[in-house]
Design a binder for this molecule. Structure first.
Ligand SMILES: NC(=O)c1ccc[n+]([C@@H]2O[C@H](COP(=O)([O-])OP(=O)(O)OC[C@H]3O[C@@H](n4cnc5c(N)ncnc54)[C@H](OP(=O)(O)O)[C@@H]3O)[C@@H](O)[C@H]2O)c1
Length: 252
């Protein structure tokens, strides 16, 4: 398939998980892909594996985002696809939410997304596609996720407004809300492995399709939304979650 031929795509947090798989898929579908991430070593390794350009840019650092934009502008010109994917998951119960956790979680997931778009906007072509990686947590009351969920709810709200503001330039802005996806994100929480396994099993049991999503499942949707096949879709959000968001309250 080559429905993204000639398009330039940027994937933030492209060295791991959903970003990595999406970068691979966008490239396979014909796009020229640039990934960004916060760890030089991880970005370099992933870029080499994927055969794409890698740029180090921590989304907490606005000047690093601006430098990445300058570099991309100089090497590639304008871009057609911006996948705003970088994010972290830092669970904590209410009563134990520190200022540091709040700043980091909101700073990466929401502020980082907002300023990624702010900085890239001058080099985003008319008719481009921006895809914001949110979560079904934006709509659920899953314990310990108050700040994570709020960061994603903010992202969905932002997406709707951005879609209307950027519509005159035919720039489409959509959000993707995954359910549980098998990626390294959970291991980065510092939870012991046993607890992680228990959590994974409990979550999977709640998914009507009885499995975790794979990053490739999300990449398929990202590639579609990035393409001209989705040219009438903007301001929308897509749950991609094995049905967990519509799980019945009572079973049987
Ligand atoms: N996995 C799920 O179940 C799930 C469900 C719903 C939504 N999501 C969302 O999906 C997105 C991707 O997550 P994932 O599951 O693929 O996890 P992941 O494998 O940990 O990937 C997250 C990526 O974002 C990068 N990142 C984190 N903080 C950053 C920063 N300050 N600046 C630049 N890059 C940064 C990570 O870099 P490092 O490798 O250095 O950490 C990594 O490349 C996130 O927004 C997450 O909230 C995930």
């Amino acid at each position: 398939m080559s429905h993204l031929n000639g398009k330039i795509a940027v994937v933030t947090g492209g060295n791991s998980g959903i970003g990595y798989s999406s970068a691979k898929k966008l490239k396979a579908d014909g796009a020229t892909v640039i990934i960004t991430g916060r760890s030089a070593e991880k970005v370099q390794n992933a870029a080499a594996e994927l055969g794409v350009k890698g740029i180090v840019a921590d989304v907490l650092d606005l000047s690093a985002i601006a430098n990445a934009v300058d570099q991309i502008k100089n090497e590639y010109g304008n871009i057609d696809i911006l996948f705003v994917n970088a994010g972290v998951f830092s669970p904590a119960p209410i009563g134990q939410i520190t200022e540091e956790l709040y700043e980091n979680q909101m700073g990466i997931n929401f502020k980082g997304a907002v300023f990624t778009i702010e900085k890239f906007l001058p080099i985003i072509n008319d008719g481009a596609s921006i895809i914001n990686l949110s979560s079904i947590n934006a709509y659920t009351g899953m314990p310990n996720t108050a700040i994570y969920a709020a960061s994603k709810a903010a992202m969905n709200s932002y997406t709707r407004t951005a879609a209307t503001e950027l519509a005159p330039r035919k720039i489409r802005v959509n959000a993707v809300n995954p359910g549980p996806v098998h990626t390294p994100i959970f291991g980065k929480t510092g939870m012991p492995e046993e607890q992680l396994n228990g959590f994974a099993q409990a979550v999977q049991n709640r998914v009507p399709l009885k499995r975790f999503g794979q990053p490739e499942d999300i990449a398929e949707l990202v590639s579609f939304l990035a393409s001209d096949k989705a040219s009438f879709i903007t301001g929308s959000e897509y749950n991609i979650d094995g049905g967990i968001n519509v799980n019945p309250l009572l079973v049987g």
